[in-house]
Design a protein around this ligand. Structure first.
Ligand SMILES: [Zn+2]
Length: 86
């Protein structure tokens, strides 16, 4: 699964930034891939349309979080990953 390449139109998770004081936790948000950044090393950087419960925003050059244990708390804010299996 970690070898799977993102493509335009796929739905992934974007990890929101939590606040330093913990008022807001870092959370997984649904996001649609809008572009795949061309890189010689194909490192998985993409553009996303992030779908928050209260609105959407667009983000370019979002880095792929390295696959490891599932869950937002395991991924840094501002990165994307494939949706966890539930
Ligand atoms: Zn997630």
């Amino acid at each position: 699964m970690s070898e799977q390449q993102p493509s335009v139109g796929r739905i992934v998770h974007y990890v929101s930034y939590g606040t330093p004081g913990g008022e807001y936790k870092s959370e997984c948000r649904a996001a649609i891939v809008t572009e795949v950044t061309e890189h010689p090393d194909a490192d998985g950087t993409v553009g996303l349309c992030v779908l928050n419960p209260t609105g959407q925003f667009f983000n370019r050059n979002v880095a792929h979080a390295q696959d490891k244990a599932a869950g937002a708390s395991d991924h840094p804010g501002g990165t994307w990953h494939w949706p966890e299996r539930v």
